[in-house]
Design a protein around this ligand. Sequence first.
Ligand SMILES: C[S@@+](CC[C@H](N)C(=O)[O-])C[C@H]1O[C@@H](n2cnc3c(N)ncnc32)[C@H](O)[C@@H]1O
Length: 226
Amino acid sequence: MGTSLRVRVRYFDDFVKKSIEKGLEQLVILGAGYDTRAYRIEGLEKVKVFEVDHPDTQHFKTQKIKEIFGSLPNHVKYMPVDLETLTLGQCLFDNGYKSSKKTLFVMEGLIQYLSQKSVDEIFSFIARNSGKGSAVIFDYHDESVINETSKAGKMIKNFLEQVGEHLKFSIEEREVEEFLSQHGFSNIINVSSKKYRNKYSPEADENRKFYNPMFFAHAMVDEKFY
Ligand SMILES: C[S@@+](CC[C@H](N)C(=O)[O-])C[C@H]1O[C@@H](n2cnc3c(N)ncnc32)[C@H](O)[C@@H]1O
């Protein structure tokens, strides 16, 4: 899991960097946690960044950011939101989000903690409320984790339960394309652990284990929604 998480950060970083080169105007990080991209990726200081997170986690983070930088940076808007109970759209619009702008939505390590209803609402909102060239990148776990039918999945689910985190949502790899196209996305790329292993750790030997039930995916908002 540790190896896979490090590769996930790198993969998502590279995607954010490419998006900046292509003229990104807004970055929305859902379930931001201690994501530090807004403070360390060059070019993001010129992009409007929205960090959305559960109020408890975000409070701790903003305290830390103030300790480190002396104040909260101007280009980042912090939005304490419980995505299971509040509507993302209204909160974003209240905080200056513009649906005409080219936006990237990052959901790293998030959707597995949400209900199917919240996940559906978030993806539908993104497709219907973002400008030309907007995109989404996220990771997901397959059903073997929720159903505990793989050894790795069972271990992770049990470990997370011990630390009070309950997994609720999964997608089967064969269904991710349909899931995204039904919600209004195209140019869908699914990345299995084999693919991200080959991309970032081609030299890793057979004994170096990756966490196979975790996949990355990215897609563009379908043109018909602009
Ligand atoms: C595993 S952490 C990932 C954090 C960060 N994205 C990263 O990759 O390091 C999950 C994040 O999802 C957030 N989260 C979980 N349930 C949430 C909810 N209902 N509403 C908002 N955020 C939630 C948590 O507060 C936490 O920051």
